[in-house]
Design a protein around this ligand. Structure first.
Ligand SMILES: Cc1cc2nc3c(=O)[nH]c(=O)nc-3n(C[C@H](O)[C@H](O)[C@H](O)COP(=O)(O)O)c2cc1C
Length: 187
């Protein structure tokens, strides 16, 4: 059976943050690269194109998992750290999205907004092809050692997100507020 392509609204509303991926089913790198190329068509003020995408190989992934284990061991203990290490090592696809820094606050705010649009584009394009993502941030992505492991210059760029991707083992459900709670119509 030929699967019908999802329309945009369905793609947006059915996309969920995926916490569990099928561990040994990797995504074709060309599919990810094509999604990144399309994601860059996000709106960006003054055409700054402030984003950078880093596709991680197993060596870097392993280093980041080790760093996270080290950090978690200090804060939550060895058992939780090792559990997370094992889970993270099984995640098939890893990429990092950064935003160029700026001394101008308005410009940085706008650039950051553009990077977020690009990430959403990327997640939707993948989702349309049955590939799930999880946008993640936390102590490890803010840590200087994370920047070093990914060869990111902290003076030039900020990490906007660590994006995990792969085929979903499970698609969770979530909710949104009803329209009347978020919409104000002005005269
Ligand atoms: C900037 C940003 C950071 C996020 N960081 C995390 C994270 O660290 N852990 C997590 O479980 N989800 C994270 N998420 C995903 C949100 O939890 C998720 O989008 C939200 O629960 C709504 O679910 P949905 O994406 O399935 O609609 C992040 C989302 C954004 C936009």
């Amino acid at each position: 059976m030929i699967e019908e392509e999802m329309n945009l609204e369905k793609c947006i509303t059915t996309r969920r943050t995926i916490h569990d991926f099928i561990p040994d089913r990797s995504v074709d790198k060309d599919v990810v690269k094509a999604a990144i190329a399309a994601a860059c068509w996000a709106p960006n003020h003054h055409l700054t194109e402030p984003w950078r995408f880093l596709l991680l190989g197993r060596e870097t992934i392993s280093d980041i998992c080790e760093l996270n284990k080290e950090m978690l061991t200090e804060t939550k203990g060895i058992e939780k750290a090792e559990h997370k290490y094992k889970r993270w090592m099984e995640i098939p696809g890893w990429l990092i999205v950064t935003c160029q820094k700026s001394d101008d606050d308005v410009r940085y705010q706008e650039d950051y907004a553009s990077c977020c649009c690009a990430i959403q584009n990327l997640m939707l394009i993948l989702w349309q092809q049955g590939i799930g993502t999880k946008w993640s941030t936390g102590p490890v992505t803010f840590d200087e050692r994370f920047y070093d492991l990914a060869w990111i210059n902290k003076d030039m760029e900020n990490v906007v997100g660590l994006i995990w991707y792969g085929y979903p083992a499970d698609t969770p459900q979530t909710v949104r507020k009803p329209l009347q709670q978020v919409l104000t119509e002005l005269p």
